[in-house]
Design a protein around this ligand. Structure first.
Ligand code: ADP
Length: 590
């Protein structure tokens, strides 16, 4: 049904009530005035009839007709009334208006009949003689106590009607004026009722839209004021609740967003009800567009999808390791059923922990352990072999014995170097992970020079010239023992992988916020494909060559960790056959 405005309901009803009551009151008033007027006229006519009756003393017969008629005409003229004298048999003996001789017999006139039978006769009707509506009053006329006829007095009723016509017109005019006035007043009243309601409606709509910046102005009527107050306090309550809910929501979002684990929740229809950025990243989804999407759309990996469904179907929390994206991501997944506050099941939740790095680390650790044992076993096996051979009699041949002992010594040195490197590596790693290394503001030129001196002996063996190029003195926050170790590792490598009679150039330079230590050789160079891996533990481009040179395969790995512990980085540029340049970048800490 079409809704009407309140003002359109109130205003017409007001108007109808006013018109009806006005009509009723005026009708009643007109009726009462008319009745009063008629009764008054009636009474007046009766009095006059009685006066005329008393005035007429002569016999009621045809002989006195002229005299009687004269009385009627004289009195009638003076009183503006019509007076008629009727004999008992109905013959008219006198009349104010007409010649009685010409008048018809009046015995059948109702007022005449009534006057004779009841004492007073009243009639209102059309007079054929005068062609007017008349009111007649007739009284019996007695002579010598004998009824001889009737005296009738009449007045044209038309005059009455005329009198009322103006009354009606007046009443109509005033009525219309009242209707108009009351229409205006009722419109104003209706407006006064509805306009605060309109204002309240506007504010209520704002409340519904979550805008609580304004309150409803309290109207002056008791009922509307209490409604406005109720709405205002409802708004306050609502605002508080919304604030609480949105705070809770924000806290929840903040917790979920800062979680490393991916969290995704589904409703019972397998639609996403909540997801955190970590989960969106793991599942390769756009975080903002995930809500309300189906399980099928958001989890493309069949194993993970089936696992989620199993959790929901079997109603059991479980953990599983699932690898997705062709094994690139390994997830430790925990699935659980979600229940609302009433204990009703509302969906299920997956928590995904990316353990790819942990698994990779596991692999690296396993590989490292295998590498270490292999690296250690090789010299030990060799030593054992030579010792056994010596014990088996070779010791008796001084020349062989010496040769074997020299080889054994080399292997022992190798073992020593290996253990030394392993210990250094684990120490730096531990320092880097658990606590930071101890640093002090030191002159870098001195540290680099000291590293250079450490390598001098080996360089001299190959007639390699070590050149230090430093335009100025540099200072940085360093652990000089470790940094010297890193630089000497680089210089040693440069010496090892360069032919004899070459130059190794060590340069110290600076940028705005970094100090660069580069070690450049003109050696064999490194193939592009190995560049990324040479910093891994035990990674060697040429295993045999490295071993022959007494390398442990840990040198660059140690350099990388020392540089990292100094918050720096290392880069390598190399051209096969031409040489390599290793550059350490250290924060200048200015
Ligand atoms: P190693 O003890 O074998 O030298 P490193 O970790 O120091 O172990 O180096 C790893 C590998 O990187 C070496 O085996 C070698 O193949 C390569 N390499 C390192 N420095 C140089 C260099 N200056 N020139 C050519 N190859 C190098």
């Amino acid at each position: 049904m079409k809704k009407k405005k309140l003002i359109h309901k109130i205003f017409p009803s007001y108007l109808i009530i006013i018109v009806i009551s006005l009509f009723a009151i005026s009708s009643l008033a007109v009726y009462k005035v008319r009745s009063f007027y008629l009764k008054q006229t009636n009474d007046n006519l009766l009095s006059i009839a009685r006066i005329v009756d008393a005035h007429v003393k002569m016999e009621f017969d045809a002989e006195n007709l002229e005299k009687l008629d004269l009385i009627c005409k004289t009195l009638g003229e003076k009183s503006f009334l019509r007076i008629t004298l009727v004999e008992l048999d109905g013959v008219v003996l006198g009349d104010t208006e007409e010649n009685p001789v010409n008048m018809e017999n009046h015995a059948d006139r109702p007022e005449v009949i009534q006057a004779i039978s009841q004492g007073v006769g009243v009639s209102t009707r059309f007079s054929p003689t005068l062609r007017k509506h008349m009111m007649y009053i007739a009284v019996p006329h007695f002579q010598n106590n004998q009824l001889v006829g009737t005296v009738r007095v009449s007045v044209p009723i038309v005059e009455l009607r005329d009198a009322f016509k103006s009354v009606y017109l007046w009443m109509l005019g005033i009525g219309l004026l009242i209707v108009l006035l009351s229409a205006v007043i009722s419109y104003i009243i209706a407006k006064r009722i509805t306009s605060p309601l309109e204002k309240m409606k506007v504010s209520a709509v704002k409340f519904a839209q979550g805008d609580f910046s304004q309150r409803i102005t309290v109207p002056d009527s008791v009922e509307l004021a209490s409604l406005a107050n109720t709405l205002n306090s409802t708004a306050v309550q609502l605002q508080k609740r919304i604030e609480i809910i949105s705070n809770q929501r924000n806290e929840q979002d903040a917790v979920l967003s800062s979680m490393v684990e991916g969290v995704i929740a589904f409703d019972t229809h397998e639609r996403v009800i909540n997801i955190n950025p970590a989960a969106a990243k793991i599942l390769n989804l756009e975080y903002e567009k995930v809500n309300n999407r189906l399980l099928e759309e958001v989890i493309r990996n069949p194993e993970l999808r089936n696992y989620a469904r199993e959790i929901f179907n079997e109603k059991k929390s479980r953990e599983k390791e699932i690898s997705i994206n062709d094994g690139q991501l390994i997830l430790q997944t925990h699935g659980t059923i979600l229940y609302d506050a009433t204990g009703e099941e509302m969906g299920f939740l997956l928590v995904m922990h990316d353990i790819t790095a942990i698994r990779e680390l596991d692999t690296v650790r396993k590989d490292f352990a295998a590498n270490v044992s292999h690296e250690i076993r090789t010299p030990i096996t060799a030593i054992k072999g030579f010792v056994e051979t010596l014990m088996d009699g070779a010791v008796n041949d001084p020349e062989t014995a010496r040769e074997f002992l020299e080889i054994t010594d080399r292997h022992i040195n190798r073992l020593n170097d290996l253990i030394d490197d392993l210990l250094t590596l684990s120490r730096i790693q531990e320092l880097g992970e658990v606590e930071s290394i101890k640093v002090a503001r030191k002159n870098l030129n001195e540290a680099v020079n000291s590293a250079l001196n450490d390598c001098k002996h080996e360089a001299d063996d190959k007639n390699i010239e070590l050149v230090l190029e430093a335009g100025e003195q540099f200072e940085a926050d360093i652990n000089s023992e470790l940094l010297e170790r890193a630089v000497s590792n680089l210089i040693n490598n440069a010496i090892h992988y360069s032919p004899e009679n070459e130059k190794v150039i060590i340069t110290l330079s600076g940028t705005d916020n970094e100090i660069l230590i580069s070690v450049k050789d003109n050696g064999c160079g490194i193939e592009e494909k190995h560049l990324q891996r040479i910093f891994e533990r035990f990674y060697r481009v040429d295993k045999n060559r490295s071993r022959q040179l007494g390398g442990t395969g840990l040198g660059l790995s140690i350099v990388k960790h020392i540089v990292k512990a100094h918050n720096g980085r290392i880069e390598v540029k190399s051209v096969i056959g031409k040489g390599s340049t290793f550059t350490i970048y250290l924060p200048s800490g200015k």
